[in-house]
Design a protein around this ligand. Structure first.
Ligand code: FMN
Length: 341
């Protein structure tokens, strides 16, 4: 993310902005809440947090909302570049307006670079892959590439691989997972964001088609537990049952734990996801152990991390083509873009 003021601002055309936001709305968000909106005015485009979509129980301090918006911030940049805009981004431009998360200004126009168009295509086809991964391990080169992609001046990525770290991580995530599983208010709130597309066609929330069913007599053979979305519903994603799962876990860390860090961590997570996708890898967020500030502090201590863990992601080679994954719907651009130009 850059942070200076534009010198020679050029006009942003509404139709081009709408095309760019087709990419941005594909950002991942907690329970697919899509807690974002954009405003286009004579001064440029701004990304805003949509507080009405913040989860009251699961996200009291707005951490997950900011993570989600950080991902949308990254994809707004990707979308604008892919539509031929040379842009400058100012993050949290106005202290008196904390919900204005970023301002984008055009400082040039031209043909989009092929690499920018490719990134936008990748963003459009990315999906959270909740299936077990294939047995092919992530190579040291691939690991290095995704780690670098997610690291910048504001955030960095650690991938615990030693046996001791894996055990501690598994215990930490299981501990957080158990607390969340037994919290009725949390589960009730999550249940309101789980949808069966055959019953309601909502363009938000997590679809039962995108997560598998897990029962006590047929549990997943997994060391670091995944989130259980089955709140009064049965997951319909078909998965192989006899896979021993020990995926790479990438952890995004920041030096401090405030909204600016959460936003930066979302940006970092998105860059990591795009790079993984370019390598043919799958990713899926795994956030039980980082959702709450108290969890982040405890997990930081357990893992001996210098920074605060902001997001964890399972990373691996897909077990079957990603085109088989259900597409989780989004609200249309017209519902999230307000234009006064
Ligand atoms: C902050 C954040 C936390 C998330 N936590 C989890 C999680 O714990 N488990 C999971 O399976 N997906 C998690 N997700 C993924 C979302 O459920 C997913 O992005 C959303 O449903 C949209 O689906 P898509 O990523 O396939 O487009 C998280 C996403 C974000 C941004």
């Amino acid at each position: 993310m850059t942070g200076t003021n534009a010198s020679a601002q050029q006009h942003l055309e509404p139709s081009m902005v709408a095309a760019a936001l087709e990419v941005a709305i594909r950002a991942p968000s907690i329970h697919n809440t899509q807690p974002w909106r954009w405003r286009l005015d004579d001064d440029g485009l701004v990304l805003l947090a949509d507080r009405e979509r913040q989860l009251r129980v699961a996200d009291p301090d707005g951490h997950s909302m900011m993570l989600s918006c950080g991902a949308a911030l990254c994809l707004t940049e990707v979308g604008l570049r892919a539509t031929g805009h040379d842009i400058e981004t100012t993050v949290l431009p106005d202290r008196s307006e904390p919900d204005v998360l970023a301002r984008f200004r055009t400082i040039g126009r031209g043909d989009a670079a092929e690499s920018d168009v490719t990134l936008a295509e990748v963003a459009l086809r990315r999906r959270s892959d909740r299936r077990p991964f294939s047995r092919d391990t992530v190579t040291p080169d691939e690991l290095d590439t995704v780690q670098r992609a997610g690291s910048d001046d504001h955030a960095w990525v650690d991938c615990p691989t030693s046996e001791d770290q894996r055990v501690t991580l598994a215990v930490a995530v299981s501990w957080a997972d158990q607390i969340q599983k037994h919290d009725e208010a949390l589960r009730e709130e999550m249940g309101r964001w789980i949808h069966d597309p055959d019953v309601h066609g909502e363009p938000e929330g997590v679809s039962v088609e995108s997560f598998p069913h897990t029962s006590d007599d047929e549990p997943r053979r997994i060391d670091v537990p995944v989130r259980d979305f089955e709140e009064g519903v049965t997951g319909r994603q078909l998965i192989e049952r006899d896979v021993i799962e020990k995926p790479l876990i990438a952890v995004v860390l920041t030096e401090f734990d405030n909204p600016r860090d959460h936003l930066a961590a979302g940006h970092s997570m998105m860059r990591l996801m795009l790079r993984a996708e370019l390598l043919g890898l799958s990713t899926c967020p795994l956030s039980q152990a980082v959702d709450f500030a108290a969890f982040r502090t405890r997990v930081q201590g357990l893992m001996n991390w210098v920074g605060y863990p902001q997001m964890m992601l399972r990373v691996g080679h897909p077990i079957a083509p990603k085109s088989q994954l259900a597409v989780t719907p989004r609200r249309p651009v017209s519902a999230v873009l307000e234009s006064t130009v």
